[in-house]
Write a protein that binds this ligand. Structure first.
Ligand SMILES: Cc1cc2nc3c(=O)[nH]c(=O)nc-3n(C[C@H](O)[C@H](O)[C@H](O)COP(=O)(O)OP(=O)(O)OC[C@H]3O[C@@H](n4cnc5c(N)ncnc54)[C@H](O)[C@@H]3O)c2cc1C
Length: 386
């Protein structure tokens, strides 16, 4: 039997590609190997489950077994690929060496932790980046049997979405971050401040301009020390201080990588023949967008390439919809520093237009009722990868 086309990773990129490939090639042997449970779920739903009190099983559309059955593929779960040999076209899992015909890396991105977590509080400090993490965090909240006091470290998209979701779900939320306002990489400061005000009006406490310097046990709780000497206490801590593309496996196999991800061209081809990459792990022609629309476009293009029709991927001017119903936010961050931001609106209803030196729109950010303008503005903005 010929060596299978092998995908590493069962996130939306890996499973999305497997589905697209199977639709175009019903017979080819395919294997998907994943370090997690392999359940088919939508990662964006992870930060919407606590307000609706959704148990983890409600977030998984189907199990890894059902995926394997439906798509006629071998799916190996809780299995970490340890090494790749690009010349022999094999990969290593423990003492096993498995051959592949084509290899696709969909290894995603891993949470960055600013501090080492002491063992004494390890069971109370979380990052939620996949369904297994959600299961663990959900179980810890349930075990309290009452609304929790949750400290969230980080005010990027993930931190803000969980803050909104947990607060609406009845938990007491405190946010800690060094920046002066939420969503610093997505929106200009006045719009971030508007979101911060909406959070405060909902009862959250914001520690802006502050770094977490120490974590430790505080009775049955977690004690947090900030850089101004302030101390907080929380039942649980959620660390949301960014995600870094998982590149170690690719790098040790000699593939070209950087902090932005595994380098690919627009055909998702890495620097090694026979190996492609997509999703949060991949930096495609200099762009790692790290959200769903680009990875779905990549899966469609790569499936065509791997079934004999070389297809370059393009990304449109696709804005990010931040799931903070307390104050809706939409952003299409400019690819380069704008010449100026033009701000309009008042209160929580704000529009910020990023313009280049010739006054052309190169990005935008919207809050509150202004999010209605997203379609009109996206039509006028440049594509992420044209
Ligand atoms: C809370 C949250 C909310 C989000 N909300 C939105 C949103 O509203 N809209 C949006 O567009 N985007 C959103 N995003 C981003 C979006 O979800 C991600 O861009 C996307 O899910 C990434 O998918 P992926 O398959 O590339 O990576 P991942 O989902 O990280 O999957 C990586 C896979 O690789 C496996 N893996 C890694 N290393 C190995 C190894 N050595 N061996 C075997 N397997 C390995 C992992 O087990 C996993 O299965 C959100 C992200 C988060 C965290």
């Amino acid at each position: 039997m010929s060596a299978p086309l092998t995908i590493i990773g069962s996130g939306m990129a890996g499973l999305g590609l497997l589905r697209q490939l199977r639709a175009q090639d019903p017979a080819r042997p395919m294997t998907l190997i994943t370090a997690d449970s392999g359940d088919d779920y939508s990662k964006p739903l992870l930060s919407t489950g606590f307000a609706k009190r959704l148990p983890p099983q409600r977030l998984a559309a189907r199990s890894a077994l059902a995926v394997a059955d439906e798509l006629g593929a071998v799916v190996r779960t809780h299995t970490r690929v340890e090494a790749i040999d690009p010349v022999a076209r094999t990969l290593t899992i423990g003492s096993e060496t498995l051959p592949w015909s084509e290899l696709v890396l969909a290894t995603g991105a891993a949470p960055v932790h600013p501090l080492r977590v002491p063992d004494a509080v390890a069971g109370r400090v979380f990052s939620v980046n996949d369904l297994d993490d959600y299961r663990a965090f959900h179980a810890a909240l349930e075990a309290l049997g009452r609304p929790a006091r949750v400290a969230i470290i980080g005010v990027g998209l993930v931190g803000c979405e969980f803050a909104n979701d947990l607060a609406v779900g009845g938990h007491a939320v405190e946010l800690v971050a060094p920046e002066p306002a939420p969503l610093p990489r997505l929106v200009p400061e006045p719009l971030g401040r508007a979101l911060g005000e909406a959070f405060q009006a909902a009862g959250m406490v914001l520690h802006r301009g502050r770094q977490l310097v120490a974590l430790g046990a505080d009775g049955a709780c977690v004690g947090l020390e900030l850089d101004d000497g302030a101390s907080l206490s929380a039942d649980l801590v959620l660390v949301a201080t960014g995600l870094r593309p998982r590149t170690a496996l690719a790098e040790s196999a000699g593939l070209e990588v950087s902090e932005a991800g595994i380098h690919t061209d627009r055909h998702l081809a890495t620097s090694m023949p026979g190996i492609h990459a997509l999703g949060d792990a991949a930096c495609v022609d200099g762009v790692n967008a790290m959200y769903v629309q680009p990875l779905l476009a990549s899966a469609r293009a790569l499936a065509r390439t791997l079934t004999g029709t070389p297809t370059a991927v393009t990304y449109g001017p696709w804005p990010v919809l931040v799931k903070t119903p307390l104050l809706p936010v939409v952003a299409l961050p400019p690819a380069r520093s704008p010449s100026r931001w033009r701000l309009e609106g008042e209160g929580g209803d704000l529009t910020a237009l990023a313009e280049d030196e010739d006054g052309r729109l190169i990005g935008f950010a919207l809050t509150g009722r202004c999010v209605r303008r997203k379609v009109e503005l996206a039509r006028a903005a440049p594509p992420l990868l044209g």
